[in-house]
Structure formats: structure tokens, C-alpha cells
Ligand binder design. Sequence first.
Ligand SMILES: Nc1nc2c(c(=O)[nH]1)N[C@H]1C(S)=C(S)[C@@H](COP(=O)(O)OP(=O)(O)OC[C@H]3O[C@@H](n4cnc5c(=O)[nH]c(N)nc54)[C@H](O)[C@@H]3O)O[C@H]1N2
Ligand SMILES: Nc1nc2c(c(=O)[nH]1)N[C@H]1C(S)=C(S)[C@@H](COP(=O)(O)OP(=O)(O)OC[C@H]3O[C@@H](n4cnc5c(=O)[nH]c(N)nc54)[C@H](O)[C@@H]3O)O[C@H]1N2
Ligand code: SF4
Ligand SMILES: [Mo]
Length: 656
Amino acid sequence: MAQVLRTACNRDCPDACGILATVEDGRVLRIQGDPEHPVTQGFLCRRTNRFVEERQYHPARLTSPLLRRDGVLTPVSWDEALDLAAGQLLRFRAESGPASIFHYRSAGSLGLLKTVCDFFFERFGPVTMKRGDICSGAGEAAQELDFGAYEANDWFDLRNARAVVLWGKNPHVSSVHQLPLLKEARAAGVKLALVDPVHQRTAALCDLLVQPRPGGDVHLALGVARVLFERGWTDPEAPAYCNHYGAFRELVFSRSLPAWAAGAGLRREEVTALAELYGANRPANIQVGWGLQRRGNGAAAVRALDALGLVTGNVGVPGGGVSFSTRRRSAFDFSFLRGLPAAPRSICEPLFGAEVLAAQDPPIRMVWVTAANPVAMLPDSHTVAEALRSREFTVVVDAFLTDTARCAHLVLPTTTMLEEDDVLGSYGHHWLTLMRAVVPPPPGVKTDLEIMSALAERVGLGQELRADPRAWMERLLQRVDPQGAGAAALEQGPVRNPEAPPVLFAGRRFPTSDGRANLVHELPRDIPRPTLEFPLYLTSISSDRFQASQARPEDQEGPAEARLHPHAALGLPDGALALLQSRIGEMTVRLRHDAAQRRDVVLVDKGGWLSAGRCANALVQATTTDRGEGAAYYDETVRVVPAAPLAESARPRLGG
Ligand SMILES: Nc1nc2c(c(=O)[nH]1)N[C@H]1C(S)=C(S)[C@@H](COP(=O)(O)OP(=O)(O)OC[C@H]3O[C@@H](n4cnc5c(=O)[nH]c(N)nc54)[C@H](O)[C@@H]3O)O[C@H]1N2
Ligand SMILES: Nc1nc2c(c(=O)[nH]1)N[C@H]1C(S)=C(S)[C@@H](COP(=O)(O)OP(=O)(O)OC[C@H]3O[C@@H](n4cnc5c(=O)[nH]c(N)nc54)[C@H](O)[C@@H]3O)O[C@H]1N2
Ligand code: SF4
Ligand SMILES: [Mo]
């Protein structure tokens, strides 16, 4: 008889949904959104609605460890695989010290028990770790500087706003559970604006659409600030709780409104319209998207938005705020981890390929990859692939044969989110949820925790690292347990993080060193501008169909689509094949005309596979953001070149 079991979605997504799984005879029949989860409200997104067919039961799933023998990945037993992995770990540590081993973990699962993998490598070493954050590093660093912490207002606090600016955010793709709230706001007469160089679907929801040049947000925000000052829409109390108030005001008045507008690639009326929407309706909230901070001036852009919120008095009040990410880890107790300060060395995440290749004293001899596909997802894919292939031993733990797994010496097959117990926070809201194994894994598949625990046994850490998910959960939740958010409470359903305040920075008290907020007061260096030779920003952003690179092989057939304004297409017709070329690589694409786009952008889905010739990151140089060591993914400029149809023999194949 079919049973309905409650679990949660661990994908890298701000919504962190509750899931109801219908299970019969150890098989998941379907999943749906948990109607009792306050954010999920009974529906899932497009990509996870297809999870059961496209991930869970897809024939491409790995069910045996694979060891590279004579160049070919060949099935081996778990005992052989684990003995070999443990032997290599011990050997490299003995010969070259633990810094010769690099553990890289990314966002395949946001389950907090994945930190036990970090714990293993810390206790075994500590080994080399990653630093920086390709996803949100710049924005977090900006808000830590300005407010003393990055946090966001409560998810439902949008109901208190009179105006909302979606600044570089595409909820239709990246956070669909925000749409009901935005629609509700709109129906209640709340003013909505969208600021995005890309014309995207969310525009249809908004009263105002502003399409600045890519990376033009700092100029736009300073132009808006000038109008706010001139019209008196600023908070007279702001100098009392902001450092650098005078210097910020001077910066704002250092250029005329037309000059700021020109710097943003806009007309002055557009800047004024945004300032009026934001300044005349209060409280007003800015939803800071993740896209605008993946640029060489990304942290400065977020700092400029923080400043708008601060000088208008919109920070510290219900319905206001400059909301970027919530602190998804804040409820959890990580006192068992020392983290980066204990590591003997770190690799800057966006510079992964070059830094792994260049590391000396000791060189990096072994890389262990957990829940990540760095070849497809980090900049400069070919260099990342070369770095992995050329190590003495590379281990990849994944459920599928990704571009990264194809570079490994050993691949260990792991579970999906429907096959493991874990606990989740969210980076979009404040609810904590439990994930439960609703079905057993296929034979031959282990959780990351089981793998780490089996390795720990082999290297003398068995006592410290047992595969007991419940015990780890209790440990992680021990601080909030007395406040009603322990593992037993979460078993009954989602619980709001008891440590997250209902109103952020209430009383304008900031967790900075002096309790005051900080205003940006210098104009940052601009991002590289397109040239005649490379006239288009390669904008490789989330697709609603997939989570990052988590597609099926059949979705990766044929050339990737590249959307651009017809006038930017060199006279090539809609549907034509073309080459996209950057300074470091090229890919064949099928052009799609889209007259709603700016003439200086070309859109390609993020997450395309290198092995299928669809990976935008093969064209993207590895460069960092101005703070936080993020990746400036979208600063890369490219050109379109006509291409003859590829000969069958030249087409990239999905080889092993
Ligand atoms: N369907 C789907 N959803 C996802 C993901 C996915 O792969 N697929 N990935 C998830 C991940 S990893 C994350 S981090 C989150 C957030 O995921 P993202 O998709 O990164 O989040 P958005 O906040 O929508 O930011 C993207 C928007 O930023 C805009 N943008 C780019 N450059 C600029 C600029 O210079 N200025 C301005 N103003 N805007 C700019 C883009 O045009 C785009 O509309 O959600 C995720 N949600
Ligand atoms: N060009 C371009 N590149 C980008 C971005 C962009 O916008 N443009 N966005 C960036 C952003 S925001 C992010 S967050 C990164 C994402 O980068 P990654 O986190 O590397 O992205 P995924 O492709 O989701 O790879 C995660 C892998 O983990 C596996 N996995 C899932 N669950 C588990 C598990 O429980 N255990 C283990 N061991 N494996 C598991 C999945 O099968 C998948 O292969 O990409 C970045 N790269
Ligand atoms: S990917 Fe995001 S929106 Fe989709 S089900 Fe998971 S948490 Fe919800
Ligand atoms: Mo991300």
C-alpha cells in the first residue's frame, strides 16, 4: 500500500522546500510540495517535479564504484575502492603531509550533515581546503562590512513593504516560491520594480523595468541616491547610525544625474523613475539577487544597495531591508569544526584550476571531490579538468558520471536526497527542516556519511566518526534544542530558526565593531567593457529546467542555445549555428533571436557539460570579485562567428 512520507529538498536553492513523497514497495511513485510547509505551500519547482524520473530512477545513475584501469573507469567492489582510497590518503599524508590532499565540497546537497565530510578531512589532516565562495562570496562580504553580518528580513516580511525592488533577481527561475508573495503584493497595490540587464519573465510582474548595462548597478544606485537626497527622501537620523555618511553624500554628488545615468547605460528618466518608486513608497525592500554580485564590482554593487537602504531609513524596520541571503547555518552548532583557520593551506575557489596546478611545498597530490562538479561549474573548465586529471589520485563522490567524475581515478556512487537523513537550513527563509530517507538506496550505493565512516575505520578515526545521522543531527541542533528546534521537534514539521529575529537590525543596532553601519564611499573600478572584437557579455545564468549541471545525457545533445538581440547576431538568422568565442575558448551554439535583450549580452544556460561541448565555463576566465573571492562569471566578453554545421566526426561525444 502506498504511503506518504514527509521529507525536504536539499538542492542548492533558496526555497528549501518541504516534500511529500508517495512510496510503495520501496519505490518513490511521486513527490509533491508539502502543503503544511509555510514557504512551499504545496508545490515544487519545474526541475524537482521531474526529479523522480530524471534523477532518482534515471538509468545513468551510478551503482558501483569505478576505478580507472588502463585509462578506463571499471567497476570494482566497495572494499577494494575504500581500501585503496584509505591507503592513498595515508600514503600522501605520510610522504608529503596533509596539505598535499585537497578536499573540495560544493553545493550538490545543502544538507548540513555534509559537514561531517569536512570533519573527516579536518581530523585526518587538516588538509588543504577551499576559500572564497563562487556563489555568494561577494555579496556576503559586502553585507558583513556594511551591517556586520549578512542576513535577510523574514521571508513574509515582504507583506509589510509598500515597494519592492527585485535588483538582479529572477524568482521565476531561481526562487519560485517567492512568486505567490510578489503576486499578493502586486494585488495589494505594492509597487514592484525589476533591475536586470537581462529581460526575464519576472518583468511581467513589475510596474517598472530598468535594464542597465551589465555591471552598471553601482552607477545606477548612486544616481538613485542623488535623486533621493535632492527630493529629501532620506532619513535625517541616518548620520547617527551610519559611518561615512558625509563621504557617501559627497560621492553621490560628485557626478550629475545624467552622468550617473550614462554610466549605468540608461536614460536619466529611468533612474528618476526607480528613485521615485523606491523613495516615495515606504517602507521599501530591496531583494538583492545573486547574479549582480558575480562580477568584478559585485561587492561594491551590493554595498551601493545597502547604502540606499541605510540612508532612506529602510534598514531596521518591518517591510524594509536590503535582503540578500539568510544565514542558513546560523541555527546549527559547528563547534566540532575548526574550519579554514586550522587548514594548512587553502585554494581560492574561483581559481581552482590554476592554483591546484601551481601549488608547491607540497604539491597537491590528491583531490577528493564531494557533491560538486567543478569542471562544469567553475570558471576556466579546461584548466580545472587538467588539474584533476594530472593529480596522482582524484576521487569523486557523485550519483552520476559528471564532467568531473570523468577526470577521476576513483568514482564512488552516492545516494540521492530521497535516500538519506539530513537536516536543512535555507538561504532564502528561516525554516529548518528534516530530510528523511523515504526509500533505501539501490544496492551498491552509500551515503557520504557511510563513505566517510568506512574511511574513518580504515585510517584510525572510527571512534570519532560513526555513521549515525541522528546523533550528528542532535549535535548540530544542540544549541537550538532548548528553544524548541531540536531533532525531535523537527520531526513534527518545519520550525522557524528561533535565533532569527523577526525584524533585522531593529533599533538600528548593527553587529559591527562600533555598532554602526558602514556606507560605501569610493567608486569601485569598473568591470571590463565590451570591445569591437568581443562585443557581448557572456551571461550564463540559471535555467528553470535544471539545477546547475544536473541534467540527463539526453538533455545535452546538440549545440547549446545562445539568445541575443537580432542586431547583435551579425546578420545570422534565428536558428543559425554559430561559434561563440572568448579569449580562452569557443563553443558551437544555436542562435535564438530575442528582441527584448540588450545588444551587449548573449544568454547561455549555466550548467552545460564540457563533455557535450555545451559548457559556457570553458570560455570564462578565472577572475575574482572585488571582495569575498567570488567568481566574476558574467564579466567575460565574447563574439559570435558564423559556423558551418559541424561535421559528424567533429561533434563532441559523451565519452568515458
Ligand atoms: N532553476 C534553477 N534555480 C536555481 C538554480 C539553478 O541552477 N536552476 N541555481 C540556484 C543557485 S546555485 C543559486 S546561488 C540561487 C540564485 O540563483 P541565480 O540564478 O544566480 O539567482 P538570481 O538572483 O535570479 O540572479 C540571476 C539574475 O541576475 C541577473 N544579473 C546578471 N548580471 C547582472 C548585473 O550586472 N546587474 C543586475 N542588476 N543583474 C544581473 C541575471 O540577468 C539574472 O536574471 O538559486 C538557485 N536556483
Ligand atoms: N557559468 C556559470 N557558472 C556557474 C554559475 C553561473 O551562474 N554561471 N553559478 C555558480 C553557482 S551560484 C554555484 S552554487 C555553482 C554550483 O556548482 P556545483 O555545486 O558544483 O553544481 P552542480 O552541478 O549542482 O554539482 C553538484 C553535484 O553534486 C552531486 N550531488 C548531489 N547530491 C549529492 C550528495 O548528497 N553527495 C554527493 N557526494 N554528491 C551529490 C550532483 O549529482 C552534482 O553532480 O556553480 C557556479 N557556476
Ligand atoms: S529546487 Fe528549490 S524550489 Fe525546487 S523543490 Fe527544491 S527547494 Fe523547492
Ligand atoms: Mo549558487
